[in-house]
Design a protein. Sequence first.
Length: 687
Amino acid sequence: MQIYYLKNKWIEGPVTKNKIKTLLTNNIIKKNTPTWIISQNFWHPCVYLLDPTSKHSDAILNIKNIPHPRSMLCLRHAYERKLITHDQCKRLLEDMYKSTNEFKNLPETLSSRGWITPDQRKILSESIKPPSNKEHIGNYEILQELGRGGMGTTYLARQTSMDRIVALKVLKPSLSRNAEYVSRFEREARMAAKLNHLNIATAYEVGSDAGKHFISMEFIEGETLYQKVREGNLTEEKISDIIIQVCRALSHANKHNLVHRDVSAKNILIRPDGIVKLIDMGLARVISPKSSSLTTTGLTLGTPAYMSPEQGAGKQNIDIRSDIYSLGCVLYECLTGKPPFVGETSFETISMHINNQVPSVKEINESANDMLCHLVRKMTQKKAENRFQTPDEVINEFGADDKVIEQSLKSIEKVRPIEEQLLDWNDSTSIEIRLRSTEQENVYLVAKKLDEKLEKDGGHEFHGYVNTLFEELVANAFDHGAKHKGSSIITINLTLNDAFFRIAVEDQGPGFKAQEMLNKIKKEPVNRERRRGIMQILSIADTLEYSADGRCSKAILYKKTKGSGISQRVDGEITYIEIKGKGDFALSKKFAKWVKKFNTKNKMKICLMIRTEWVSSMFIGTIGKFNSKLKDTGSNLSVWVEHDTCYKVMKQLGVTSFVMIQDSLEDVVLALKHDFDFINDETEISP
């Protein structure tokens, strides 16, 4: 039972009934001191609370000229959270005692006076509602859901023992079942709870209740930086202030050997008073241990749009320089309105961070502050050793002299010699080439290098198709880029591996009505004149698309796979489904058709065994659909992969929470016969 009492015209508590008895015994309060049980809507004399049968039980009628208890509690919450000043609180309290009936809805009063925002009004209203039959997790009453993420769900909750509003993050059931994961989560959360800094949201408690593992944190009233960017009213002075405050938070964490791993615009909150808070400190750092022979393994990734190259590549020794890269991406977003890389899938976005240099801010925002452009460039270097090494270095750089900034900006626009750029392709499957619109003759050198890469592969038909895609899309980009005022940049991204060839070309020219052109070409007879080669590449590319402004084109061509196939066999109570091939588009389509026809009428245990070296996002989606289909009949699914490269792709797509890796799938069959532990029905596999 939560009890409040009145002292010097101010509401005190919450306390227990025994505490009220102690206060009364020590003459700190009197028998007629107004007290209030939070589940009720009126004041009682203290004596009534202790003895409801007392002759003073009707004294409630005599307690006059005291504001409504919920209004008093609301005023206290508003003051303690610094939503109103001391003078505002004092003045309003005097008004409440003068006219008690006018202030029964204090959140509305505070809002009408312009002292709090609509969101703050909503939160205050929730905080003073009487207890209900709402869900409880441990000592926390769930008020509403705030959002869902990769780790779990965050709720607005009331910590009943302390009578305070908190943000309560509850782990996903699939993560809560992993004892080692939970142990690391709790250890890292406790480390984060030791942090005490103005710009870090305080962690209060980590615990569990009925199998639900949670961490309670300071609830920050304000807007995320993500919201602020989309409102479009951030000045460069304000942006600088925000970045500096986040750097102070990261510097404090770094001194305590903590890395955030998920610095993003949605994890940066700005209070109404301008104080910036970095939230979820310590949570994204949790990594499950490497898999043993039959141990499910997975990685808690950051947000793909802000992920550092080393984090995207799955490296283990991530340090504060990864957070600096992510914050550089946040700064880029503040200046341009969007993150530096946004692919169609998480895997594509992460690949861009690994392989591509973050574009110049001035390509989108020509008037951007030179200092901030310089910071973005230095913070987002591909190699960690080329970035700022600590957050303090970033803060200090705000005072850099003009010469340093000028040199930095020159390096941004500088295009390396083509021969030097092509060397980057020797030991990689991907490359980004940057050419000025006046350097079209250098396209020949890129094409020659592409031929060298293709010769190692063989397959004349595929070779010809690749050259066609390259020649047409690059030539088309130069058509637009060359028309742009000045010497603009044309960017060519190429990926050539065992499964596919992908090309993305972007120019800084004026663009054209791409979709209108494509629709027109698709309706034209083959023998009619048309824009250069587009009809041909429409017929040979597995996918072709243009951005809305026509400045960016993308195409992908999958290799034909020999020996691909899907086989099925039953051994005891387990049905084994084996998939072989390169995991390309053709195999993905074949697998999708196979799943559609698969008979799931009978309850069964299924082991999906993947022997491909690579998988597409479509393939992953089909696994999710297969799992959903099996659930309807109570069947269980276990997924295993044989190749580490395949597993890495799945990890980058964020699905390894339900996938297991084993060097030999024959060993899996043997092990499952003796100790089979299928993923249960609560496993989350999204189609």
